[in-house]
Design a protein around this ligand. Sequence first.
Ligand code: ZN
Length: 299
Amino acid sequence: MRRLSIVLLVLFVFGSSAWGWWPRGHGILTRAAVQTLPADAPAFLRAGGGMVAHAAVDPDVAKNRGTLHLEKAGHPVHYFNMELFEAGDLPASRYAFGRLCAELGKRPEQVGLLPYVTAEYTEQLALAFAEFRKWPESPFIQNKCLIYAGYVAHFAQEVCQPLNLTIHWNGRVVDGKSSRTRIHEKIDGLLQNLDLKPEEIAEGLAAAPVDSLMTGIVAQMHRSFGEVESALSMEQYLVPKDVDWKNEPAVRAFAEKHAREAARFTVSLYLTAWKMSEKIRLPGWIDRGEMDHFGAQKK
Ligand SMILES: [Zn+2]
């Protein structure tokens, strides 16, 4: 067991290069999600697919060695290794999670922080929506809603890439060693390599808010984790050099199924944030009208 944990440690320190869906994949999924929004969602958001899809790539842009602190902080937020932590009842904060990991002899970055970053950005979007409800004409508030919606999209979609939820992220781990088939990046690239169309992903898609944010995220993580075997089974098409996988129906069916699920979950979190924003009480010191105009309206 000790040997296994040392090997795993080495794997995660030196071998974790998982990226999640490739940039154009996030763009396709995010445009599909915005198109799926119901007619009573805010009009600026329904019209803002381009900006939201643009921002949805930023958490991957942040993986840059020229910005070391951001890169180091940002890396573990893109995954959660379900085998290393019982995700049934996650502590409420990253810090309590870190302490619990320490008690269990694990490091938070070894397990991953994906559920926390997903919840945190959904709540950030809920706050921006609450401000929008109060100052619906403010372009600044609308702009930041679009940016936060992009961040929510990125992490919601990472939750829906099954290989972001497992120690077998880069091929099955046997006796503590990864088979390193590079299956992760092959699946990450599927949506853009198959050139899936946002309008086809969005067709007939419907989403609902989750009742409780973290519970909903963890439930989706368990659904994705249930798809790990299916994802690994794609190795038979995607790993050998001589398979015409772009014309393989099983590969397309896999990509379409997970694209629809990722778009649906993205919308589900948008609707959750929108619902939360209804009950959020903004403190009295926030006066966007006056603050944003630097006193121009003062008498
Ligand atoms: Zn990512």
